[in-house]
Design a protein around this ligand. Structure first.
Ligand SMILES: [Zn+2]
Length: 329
């Protein structure tokens, strides 16, 4: 853009006015000068700083698109969550995302009953009938309890669902269930078992630690088994949010209150290191299963703690509160 300094206003030392044929920046500067009624008089012998033929008002900004209409819709669960979601216009990918988002709160396969309700909020663009596929807020009401998730779009345009306080709907996992001194045996698909002297796979890792060291759940979950099993000795099995499950074996004892069907939180002490079952020394045998397939607990991909923080979280919480009120309306 060709800029040429034309003149300096008297009394405005150092302040240059530019003239050029196009460019909103120049127009703004010129208008500023034109509307400066209290500006010092300009010497008549000097060329005018600006030509009056020049546009005196900046071009009007393009009209802002009309605000979208916020709509709330509900569906009654007849058979499945997926079916109810489809009836509200959601596609398979959004349904899968929401199934994950609710997984840590509701078991969508077992906990849903006929007559439960699914409510959503969309922003529908004015003049269009197309409803965006991803709802801004979703409430699932099962029996007397309800669970909400809210859409968050990060600066890159990626979307995720969060609970109202900005906590991720994905469960956070800890990598290690115990303070261990060393890995006494790695995960392997095939190894010679020191007790049975047979070749077999080792479906977990052995974390050596003194007897009595607390063992903690690496993620929230439901106790699917607590008791004794051949080989494992005293063992706890947890169903964590899908697709994960975890196993804690060779325990010396279980923590108080751990029972079949009970729930545990991430970090909760569930038992204590021992050497029950086929163990050659005190250690925790720990397994992580993804979709029922044993994976190496030391390297398996685990969902991290991606909660929102700081200002981002405050902004989100405010918007989520508004949406939550609308869902209740
Ligand atoms: Zn082991």
């Amino acid at each position: 853009m060709p800029f040429t300094p034309s003149t300096v206003l008297p009394g405005k030392a150092g302040r240059l006015l530019f003239t050029c044929a196009i460019g909103s920046v120049c127009t703004v500067v010129i208008c500023d000068a034109l509307h400066r009624t209290h500006a010092p008089p300009i010497d008549k012998d000097e060329p005018p700083a600006v030509s009056l033929r020049q546009r005196a008002t900046p071009p009007a900004p393009p009209p802002a698109p009309p605000a979208p209409t916020r709509i709330t819709e509900s569906a009654t669960v007849d058979q499945t969550f997926s079916e109810a979601a489809q009836s509200l216009g959601m596609g398979q990918s959004t349904i899968a995302t929401l199934t994950d988002a609710f997984a840590s709160k509701v078991d969508l396969r077992r906990d849903l009953r006929k007559g439960d309700t699914l409510s959503v909020i969309y922003d529908r663009p004015q003049g269009g009938t197309d409803v965006p596929d991803e709802p801004l807020a979703v409430r699932l009401t099962t029996g007397s309890s309800s669970h909400d998730v809210f859409l968050y779009r990060d600066p890159n345009g990626e979307t995720r669902y969060y609970s109202e306080d900005g906590k991720s709907t994905k469960p956070a996992f800890s990598r290690y269930p115990v303070d261990f001194t060393r890995v006494s045996s790695d995960f392997s698909l095939r190894r010679l078992d020191p007790v049975t002297h047979r070749w077999q796979s080792h479906d977990g890792v052995d974390l050596a630690a003194p007897i009595g060291t607390p063992v903690r759940a690496t993620a929230q979950g439901k106790v699917s088994f607590v008791g004794r099993q051949t080989g494992y000795g005293k063992v706890i099995m947890l169903e964590n949010p899908p697709p994960y499950s975890t196993v804690y074996a060779h325990l010396s004892r279980f923590a108080k209150g751990i029972r079949n069907g009970g729930t545990v939180q991430r970090g909760q002490v569930i038992g204590y290191v021992g050497e029950t079952g086929w163990a050659t020394g005190p250690h925790l045998h720990y397994e992580v299963h993804v979709d029922d397939v044993a994976m190496d607990p030391l390297t398996v991909d685990l969902p991290g703690d991606d909660r929102l923080r700081g200002e981002e979280r405050q902004r989100f919480a405010k918007e989520a509160q508004t949406l939550s009120v609308a869902l209740s309306g």
